[in-house]
Design a protein around this ligand. Structure first.
Ligand code: F6R
Length: 242
């Protein structure tokens, strides 16, 4: 079930998304958070940092699981998702590093590392999972064709995704890793609530496919049609085909 909010600016979109996050943070138990990287959630993370600094909301006991990581980048690489999360959120709140989980992309056996990640994740129930959406309809790095029953696994990135993400790698697609370790679609669907943020015209087709299109692995995000509680935050451009 989708609850859709459309706002004019990215800051308004982020502030609305924070309201759902705030409800979870201030709920009746210490939550487990599922987190995403990329441009879409940065404004939400800024709101979380502001709230931590202004209102003292503590993350000392909060556990987090990130969606994905590039394969082949060491954790201290400037564009690893481990680094991204520290720069954009973890370094600014009081979460202990041992509470943080990001898939390992630089181990010797990525498949085994994915299985270990899924085993750890399945000990918990994620209260809210933050998502962006790829212009090809991916969520996490579950690219078109990925089975709906997938759990944490490795995935070849599509050329479209690598082109989209080249902006983080000196606009050079050759520097963008070719594969990633990612939570699967079934792993994501176990979260109690989902916050999905999408802005900009290049997301309009994927947003349409997620909400209005047929439920098909051609648009991995369309699996969310079966989720009971998905909060979708869009700007007018991303919502333009709805
Ligand atoms: C990142 C992730 C990806 C991004 C998607 C959109 O952890 O899982 O699915 O959410 O590629 O990226 P942005 O927000 O940069 O447009």
């Amino acid at each position: 079930m989708f609850h859709i909010t459309i706002k004019k600016t990215y800051d308004e979109v982020s502030a609305e998304a924070f309201k759902v996050m705030e409800g979870v943070l201030k709920g009746d138990h210490t939550p487990v958070l599922g987190l995403a990287t990329g441009s879409s959630p940065v404004g939400l993370y800024k709101e979380m940092i502001r709230d931590h600094k202004e209102n003292g909301t503590s993350y000392k006991d909060i556990i987090t699981f990130n969606l994905d990581e590039y394969i082949g980048l060491p954790r201290d690489h400037r564009e690893s998702y481990w680094t991204f999360m520290h720069v954009n959120l973890f370094n600014h709140i009081d979460i202990p590093d041992e509470n943080v989980h990001v898939p390992l992309g630089c181990g010797e056996d990525p498949e085994a590392d994915c299985a270990a990640y899924e085993a750890e994740l399945s000990k918990y129930t994620v209260d809210v999972q933050v998502l962006g959406i790829g212009s090809d309809g991916h969520i996490a790095f579950n690219e078109p064709g990925c089975p709906f029953d997938s759990v944490t696994h490795t995935m070849e990135l599509t050329e479209q995704t690598r082109r989209d993400n080249a902006r983080f790698f000196d606009n050079d697609i050759n520097q963008v890793p070719t594969s990633a370790a990612t939570m699967g679609l079934a792993s994501i669907m176990r979260a109690k609530k989902i916050i999905l943020i999408a802005t900009g015209a290049n997301k309009a087709d994927a947003v349409w496919g997620m909400i209005k299109g047929p439920k098909t692995t051609d648009c991995p995000a369309s699996i969310l049609q079966d989720h009971p509680e998905v909060y979708v935050f869009l700007d007018e451009e991303a919502a333009s085909r709805l």
